[in-house]
Ligand binder design. Sequence first.
Ligand code: NAD
Ligand code: DAU
Length: 350
Amino acid sequence: MSRSIIITGGAGFIGSHVVRRFVTKYPHYRIINVDKLTYAGNLENIKDIEQAPNYVFEHADICDEERMNEIFSQYKVDGVIHLAAESHVDRSITDPLIFVKTNLIGTANLLHIARKHWSGNFDGKKFHHVSTDEVFGSLEMDYGYFTEETAYDPRSPYSASKAGSDHLVKAFYHTYHMPVVLTNCSNNYGPNHFPEKLIPLMINNIIHMRPLPVYGKGENVRDWLHVKDHARAIDLVFHEGKAGETYNVGGHNEWKNIDLVFFLCDLMDEKLGREQGTSKGLITYVTDRAGHDLRYAIDAGKIEKELGWTPDYTFEQGLSETADWYLSNQEWLDHVTSGEYRKYYEEMYK
Ligand code: NAD
Ligand code: DAU
């Protein structure tokens, strides 16, 4: 094997797409998926590649110094792509401490262990931190984009914990010259998205004719990107990104939540053979999220100019394929909503 790369959070939504891409595209790399399997970790997401000879799963917590040390020693790790995190804003409002623990302390622990193992020889090493556009705060409704120069202004416990982790990664570059790269990405969508997040939640509820909870008036804006376009950007930045640099990743694809939900309702009615307007009748306006950021929008000019990345998917194509994926993978959805997916690890690995 020419490289040993840890991908943290590889059983989660985005991580599973990154793991699959690296395992299949780089058979000469050993890919070590390090995941604690929280409620968001689901090994069913990657069961198609778990027998690949260049893939290993390590059930571990990134906050565990001893285990991380062992894993770095055992595999002689020379690259890290760090996705493991608590990722859901609503959960950070009710339970902020686990976000600080995993996102901040977990990242600090990984940086510390990587530095210890790589110290004195950073040749051929790379630490890629996968972060979010939410660290930049909230934009006005009608103007402005987040660039790599936008000042940090996180406003939820989730985004504050991610902002702190970004600062730690940059500090390891400035202080120790560790070769780090960062990507700050907008909202992802696609297969294997946990159905607590807007798009899969709406799809699941439409399938089961349940209410569709829209926060506030549904006026908030998000910039949506297909998860495979994000995985491709991560691949590019991990290999070609310049040490110490940040790259913003986004779809130039802004939607008001309510317009997106209307669009999804029509799409799903068509796919389910229901009369148009059926799903829209399920929309329920509910109490707004506390501190709800109004608008996110990414200027992805730097990654486009410097590394030649632009999204492949149009939203219409991506959303239609995503809806099809959920409709033909209802077992995946049922396992997640019933908790059945938690048994997979016990059955396959114990
Ligand atoms: P996710 O919640 O689907 O998956 C997170 C994964 O991390 C899970 O497999 C979970 O088991 C694992 N994990 C959590 N705590 C851990 C710990 N202490 N040790 C080891 N593993 C742990 O998240 P996601 O949506 O795939 O996001 C992945 C990363 O991308 C996160 O860092 C997130 O901040 C970032 N991000 C997400 C989006 C998005 O739209 N989802 C956009 C931009 C950036
Ligand atoms: O911008 C990147 C971020 O996108 C990532 O860093 C986060 O990990 C990811 O969870 C996502 O955060 P959001 O808070 O934007 O995603 P969520 O799917 O939770 O919500 C999208 C929008 O939809 C947001 O404005 C809140 C609204 N919403 C959400 C849910 C779950 C609703 O109106 N109803 C809902 O039931």
